[in-house]
Structure formats: C-alpha cells, structure tokens
Design a protein around this ligand. Structure first.
Ligand SMILES: N[C@@H](CCC(=O)N[C@@H](CS)C(=O)NCC(=O)O)C(=O)O
Length: 201
C-alpha cells in the first residue's frame, strides 16, 4: 500500500491508523505547490489533488481521510480501531469522525488559507472555532479518548487536526482536557513513529 501525504497535514491520521493496525505501507510525499510527488503528477493519482490518498495493493485508490480511517479499521477488526458495525458506539465514532472532518478540519483550513485576510481569520476563529474547542474540551475533560477509555481512529483524526492551532497562532493551551489528550496521544508508538516519518519530531 502507498499513503500519499504532506508533512503535518491531514494524512497524519491515516498514517497513525495504518501503524495502529500493524500494516505495511510506503509513504509518498506530495508537494502541494507543484502537485507532484517523486512518481510525477499527483493529479494522475487523484484529480482532487488532495491528501490523504491510499493506494491499495489491488491498485484501487481510496480518498477522504475519514473514509480511509474506516477502511483501515474495518479491514483489521482485531486492532479494535472502531466499534463493530451496527453498535451504538459505532455511530458515536462516526459522529465524531464527521464532526472532525466537516466542522473542525474544514474550519481550521480557513486559518491556513492564503485567500483569507488575517483580520477575517481572527474573527472566524472567535466566532466559529472557539466554540468547537470548548465542545471538545468538555468531552475530553471527562474522557481519555473520544469514545471514552478505548482508543479509536477518531482519536487519530482529532489529534491530527488539534495539532494545527499553534501553527496558525491560535492558543489552545488553556484547555486542560485537550492538552492532556494531546500528551496522551503523543505517547503512543504509532503517533511517535508517524511524526518521525513526517520529520515533525
Ligand atoms: N475532503 C478531504 C479534504 C482533504 C484536505 O483538505 N487535504 C488538504 C491537506 S489537510 C490538502 O490536500 N490540501 C492540498 C492543498 O492545499 O494544495 C478529506 O477529508 O480527506
């Protein structure tokens, strides 16, 4: 398998999940500016031009981070990366994956956009993102992981996106539950290895 990524971007969660599942994979770095990899034109891999993308051993390609995470978890149920199909806990996990993908991830993406002025970013953070952090804080103040005591791929995604605020000048050090969660995640061998592989440590 090949995971297409760019250092520090939203492919980190997929890499963490692949490692948690004990899977073999090759990392292929995508240059966002040129949309190329060592293999050539990234648009030939996916016309979306986005990471993450996972090339499966049978040649098929999966895109959309939250979907890649579910595929990894479902292909390797022994790793217990998601609750089983049909259970109430499964829908709780999907609820979080969806929240991280649609609200948090894309909200944070505004903060990185060269199309948005700093003034608008500051207003957006105050009017949109702070309430998201507060919601997450309330949950993590009472739970070690998104689903309670058990790690899941939703944690990988949440950790991934919550590592971005300091990069855009958003201070989240005042959320103790989030800080404890980030520290807990940073201890996992899968996370350490992924950060190292992306040369972020
Ligand atoms: N809907 C996609 C969005 C993925 C996405 O936003 N990827 C960003 C990095 S976090 C990207 O590839 N950006 C390319 C660019 O900015 O040129 C998903 O959830 O996987």
């Amino acid at each position: 398998m090949k995971l297409y990524y760019s250092p520090g971007s939203c492919g980190l969660a997929s890499q963490i999940a692949l490692r948690e599942a004990g899977l073999e994979f090759t990392l292929i770095k995508v240059d966002f500016k040129t949309k190329t990899t060592a293999e050539g034109d990234y648009f030939q891999v996916t016309p979306k031009g986005f990471v993450p993308a996972l090339r499966l051993d049978d040649g098929d390609l999966l895109t959309e981070g939250a979907v890649i995470l579910q595929w990894i978890a479902d292909k390797h149920p022994e790793a217990k990366l998601l609750p089983h199909f049909g259970s109430r806990e499964r829908y709780k996990a999907l609820e979080w994956l969806n929240f991280v993908a649609s609200d948090l991830h894309k909200g944070m993406a505004v903060m990185f956009s060269p199309l948005v002025s700093q003034e608008s970013k500051t207003k957006f953070a105050e009017g949109n993102l702070i309430s998201k952090f507060a919601y997450i804080e309330e949950h993590l103040a009472a739970n070690d992981y998104v689903l309670g005591s058990q790690f899941s791929v939703a944690d990988a995604y949440l950790y991934n996106v919550l590592s971005w605020p300091p990069r855009v000048g958003l201070d989240i050090s005042g959320y103790p539950g989030i800080q404890r969660f980030m520290a807990r995640m940073a201890q996992r061998p899968s996370v350490r290895a992924s950060l190292q592989a992306e040369e972020l440590q």
